[in-house]
Design a protein around this ligand. Structure first.
Ligand SMILES: [Cu+2]
Length: 227
């Protein structure tokens, strides 16, 4: 095996391994996570292009010392050091703001299902204000294929609610309600974690989301309410 294969083979496998899996932001299973994944890829490819551009410039002056000296230093600074990063950062920040806007729980014609995620050291409890008398559950049940607003609260310290394949993260703050909109495009099981260090049990503060077809979700809510 060639030395390059020994170095790059495992590196590429390791890199691609991060693209899938139960806790991968790049393996998006809903629109909010897809927007975040898109932003990640745009930033990734932009940084690859920039890196290659600078690497080529470096290679040129290394091979041919003095190359580029016909261009005045002030010009290098103004165009390469101010104009180029200024333009790229403006585009990137504009794109990020647009994507961020899509993640907000804007008012909808049909109000989405609301569930409550309450974090306490070191577990999550989920309740369903719309479905009367449903006791809190250790697994979060949601209907698939539609937006769901998760009202995130905390009973003690600051936690963070994060289901990487469905949405970004949001802090659970004592005495405060934060709402995050999630959506699972298809029924299935999704993994979540607490994303804010909250003490010795932090790593065990994991949870599961089960997305059901609308009818199955309603049946389940009725079953839970009837005990
Ligand atoms: Cu926590």
């Amino acid at each position: 095996m060639r030395p390059q294969a020994i170095i790059f083979g495992p590196a590429i496998a390791l890199l691609l391994g991060g693209c899938s899996g139960a806790l991968s932001t790049l393996d998006a299973a809903g629109p909010a996570a897809a927007a975040i994944a898109d932003l990640w890829w745009v930033m990734f490819w932009a940084s690859v292009v920039l890196f290659l551009f600078v690497a080529v410039l470096l290679w040129i002056v290394w091979k041919r010392p003095g190359a580029g000296s016909t261009i005045a230093p002030l010009r290098w600074i103004v165009w390469g050091g101010i104009a180029m990063p200024g333009l790229l950062l403006t585009i990137l920040v504009g794109y990020a703001l647009l994507m961020g806007e899509r993640l907000l729980p804007h008012a909808l014609a049909e109000p989405p299902t609301r569930v409550v995620a309450h974090g306490v050291m070191w577990r999550w409890q989920f309740s369903y204000p719309g479905a009367a008398d449903v006791a809190s559950t250790p697994i979060l049940h949601i209907p698939a294929g539609e937006p769901v607003d998760v009202v995130v609260t905390s009973g003690d310290v600051i936690h963070s609610f994060w289901v990487p394949r469905l949405a970004g993260k949001i802090d659970a703050i004592p005495g405060h309600e934060n709402t995050i909109r999630i959506q699972a495009d298809r029924p299935g099981v999704y993994r979540g974690v607490c994303a804010e260090f909250c003490g010795t049990g932090h790593t065990d503060m994991r949870f599961t989301i089960e997305a059901h077809e609308r009818e199955a979700f309603e049946t389940l809510m009725t079953e839970l309410a009837n005990g």
